[in-house]
Design a protein around this ligand. Sequence first.
Ligand code: ATP
Ligand code: MG
Ligand code: MG
Ligand code: MG
Length: 437
Amino acid sequence: MRLTRFFLPILKETPKEAEIVSHRMMLRAGMVRQQSAGIYSWLPLGLRVLRKIERIVEEEQARAGAVQLLMPTIQSADLWRESGRYDAYGKEMLRITDRHDRDMLYGPTNEEMITDIFRGYVRSYKDLPLNLYHIQWKFRDEVRPRFGVMRGREFLMKDGYSFDVDKEAARHAYNRMFVSYLRTFARMGLKAVPMKADTGPIGGDMSHEFIILAETGESEVFLDKAILGLEIPSQDTDFFSDLTPIVDAWTAPYAATDEMHDAAAFEALGPDQRVSARGIEVGHIFYFGTKYSEAMGAKVATADAGDVPVHMGSYGIGVSRLLGALIEANHDAEGIIWPAAVAPFHVGLVNLKSGDEETDKACEDLYDRLTAAGVEVLYDDTDNRAGAKFATMDLIGLPYQLVAGPRGLKNGVVEVKTRATGEKEELSPDAAVNKLL
Ligand code: ATP
Ligand code: MG
Ligand code: MG
Ligand code: MG
C-alpha cells in the first residue's frame, strides 16, 4: 500500500477527550473516529488490525471444533420475552420500534437467538456436541462509555454457544473453549490470565474471565504469580481428548477478580507469590446449564432418557476491545508497538527523498519485491519531511521500518529498524529484503 493512495489521517494534537494511552494513540494514528458517545467508525488502519484479530479468533475457534455462522444485529423482542430477559435486561438494551409498531432491539448478546436456531433444527443427542459462534456488532447502552473502543456502546464481539446432552459433556465443551482462549490471546502476543468469575444462580466452577494485566484496567484482580509462568497449550493439542489436565493446571494457582476474591486464600500465599493488579476483561466463558433451553424448549432426544433440555455455555471475546488492550500492553512514548501477528502492515518503507530518481527507484524495487513475496508493506512515498515520516512510523507501530535515502544507497545500504527494540541495522537491499520475508 502506498501512503499517497491510502487514508491515514494522523492527528498532530493529542485529543483532549482521551484519558488513556490506547485511546489517544488510536485517535492520533487515524485508526478510529468517534461518531457519537461510544460509537466509532473504523478507519482503514484500525480496520486492518480488527481483521487480523478476527482471523486469529476464527483459526483458533476452528481448531477447537466451533462452527461460524452470522446472526443479525437486530432482534425481535419476542424471543427475549420467551426467556424472560426482555424486561430484566434494563437500560443497557437499545430498544427499537419498527414501522408496524413491533418491538425490536439491537442485540447486546445472542443466547436467545442461538437457542431459537438450535431448537428449529436439532432433535437428537447424535447431533451433539455443537458449538456455534459468530463475530458480530453488539450494542449495549453503557452508563459510562469510555476509554475509546475498550468500553464502547457499539462493539465487535465474538460470541459462541455450546450445546451438549448433559453436564459432563458440557464441561468438555467448556474445557475446549478454555484451552482455545489461552491459545487465541497468546497468538496475539498477549498474556491473558483466566480468572474465576461469578456463576450467579447456576453455581459451580465453570465461569472464567480472561484478563490482561494493565494499570488502566477497570477490574481489580488478585493472582498467584505462578499462573504467569504456565505454558500455553500447543497447536497440536487434540481438542477432543481429555483436556482436564490442562484446565486443572491453569485453575490450580489462585486468580480471581474482586467480585470473586477470597482474601484468606490469597493471603495464604507467600508474599512473593501474591500479585494484586488491575486488568482488562478480554474474554469470558460461562456454563449456564439449561437456563435458556428450558425456558425456550430446546430439547434433544437421548438414547435412554427421553427428551432433555440441552446444556449450554457461552463464550465471548471482546474483539474491538482487544485493540485497546493490545495497545495498553504494547507501546512506548513514541507510539504503538504492534505484535507482528496483529500488525496492520509488517513493514513501513520510508523514502527519505521522494523525487530523487535513484531513491525512488530503490524504494519501488524494495516495495515490489516484498509485496510480491506476500509481505504487507506500507510505503511512505509522500514528500513529507524525513522527521515527520519517522514520527508517523513510530506512532503507527509497524514491526519494521525499512529506510532508504540517497546517502546510504551511494554506499549500497538501506536501514532496517526494529520498532520494538529500536535496533537499527545497515544492510544491502538484498539482505534487507531477506530479513523482512
Ligand atoms: P464488562 O464487565 O467489561 O462490562 P461484560 O462482562 O459485561 O464486560 P460479557 O457479557 O462477558 O461482557 O461480553 C463478552 C466480552 O465482550 C467481554 O469479555 C468484553 O471483552 C467484551 N465487552 C463487553 N462489553 C463491552 C463494551 N462495552 N465495549 C467493548 N467490549 C465489551
Ligand atoms: Mg458489562
Ligand atoms: Mg464483566
Ligand atoms: Mg463478562
